[in-house]
Design a protein around this ligand. Structure first.
Ligand SMILES: NC(=O)c1ccc[n+]([C@@H]2O[C@H](COP(=O)([O-])OP(=O)(O)OC[C@H]3O[C@@H](n4cnc5c(N)ncnc54)[C@H](OP(=O)(O)O)[C@@H]3O)[C@@H](O)[C@H]2O)c1
Length: 261
């Protein structure tokens, strides 16, 4: 087993965009795949495109209890070298207008599912001496305080991405020394169906290709980057953010800060 050349990977949201690209790049490197998503025919297309490796489709809705349970069972039962928590959905709209079922969907697919799948996969990886988990977040994890621009609202979406970054960092702290590599992948805008599926046309914006995002993630795993930001040229900026986080965390004390007295 090697995380540089994984033998078996499970990818959620493999039916399009970034997840499909993970499947293609890993499959072409000789990695067997379990590919998850709701669109069966898209997953079947991967089986046909990657005849050199074993590709097993797993059809299910991560937002539904049964769908999630089936993928959790695969994560717990299969000797995975790599789990890619990639499936995602967003509903950019004012928080006041966000219907409860759409809020639940975002939280379920972007927080409950990746956390549960990592929870199922990690014990086996640690017991086998190593493995890797990629949690696909996004640069908006760092954009909570950014001006809204043309978006009508994105509070729920931003919160899930920030959750995935903190989750990945904490998992790395807990298990990095035991061979588990964890990465929060933080792309900016990527040319996939993601925005189109919610009726937004971002084709006029400069966008990175899914191919480049995935190539960066796989290289980032080899570089042991816990946060991989394919579109940020100055790595130091990210290191400064995390150093500032730790400085604020470390400076806290039980004494009331003078400005609140
Ligand atoms: N595109 C961007 O600009 C961008 C930027 C930053 C981060 N991201 C993140 O990148 C990840 C991949 O997105 P993408 O850009 O590749 O978009 P995409 O082409 O729309 O792919 C999303 C994938 O998630 C799956 N999915 C969505 N809801 C699901 C559910 N309830 N159950 C199971 N699978 C579900 C979809 O499969 P089915 O429909 O077949 O189920 C699809 O394969 C997402 O997590 C997104 O948050 C994207």
């Amino acid at each position: 087993m090697s995380t540089d050349r994984p033998g078996l990977a499970l990818i959620t949201g493999a039916s399009s965009g970034i997840g499909r690209e993970f499947a293609l790049q890993l499959g072409r490197e000789g990695c067997d795949l379990i590919v998850a998503g709701r669109r069966r025919e898209r997953l079947q297309d991967l089986v046909e495109r990657l005849p050199e490796v074993a590709v097993r489709p797993l059809v299910g809705d991560l937002g539904a209890q049964g769908g999630l349970a089936a993928i959790v069972a695969a994560c717990a039962g299969e000797p995975l070298d790599l789990l890619v928590n990639n499936a995602g959905v967003s509903h950019y709209m004012s928080f006041l207008d966000l219907p409860p079922e759409k809020l639940t969907e975002v939280l379920q697919v972007k927080v409950v599912a990746p956390t549960s799948l990592a929870h199922a996969a990690a014990p086996g990886m640690v017991a086998r001496g190593g493995g890797a988990i990629v949690n696909v977040a996004g640069m908006l994890a760092f954009g909570g305080a950014a001006p809204l621009g043309p978006a009508p609202g994105r509070a729920a979406d931003v919160s899930t991405l920030a959750d995935l970054v903190a989750f990945s960092q904490a998992l790395h702290e807990e298990f990095g020394a035991r061979g588990l590599r964890v990465q929060a992948l933080c792309p900016g805008i990527v040319a996939t169906e993601f925005h189109e599926r919610q009726g937004m046309d971002l084709s006029a914006f400069p966008r990175m290709s899914a191919h480049e995002v995935v190539a960066a993630s796989l290289k980032g795993l080899r570089l042991e980057e816990v946060v991989c930001a394919p579109g940020v040229p100055r790595r130091q900026l990210l290191d400064d953010v995390f150093a500032a986080n730790l400085a604020a965390f470390g400076e806290q004390s039980p004494e009331l800060a003078p400005r609140y007295r």
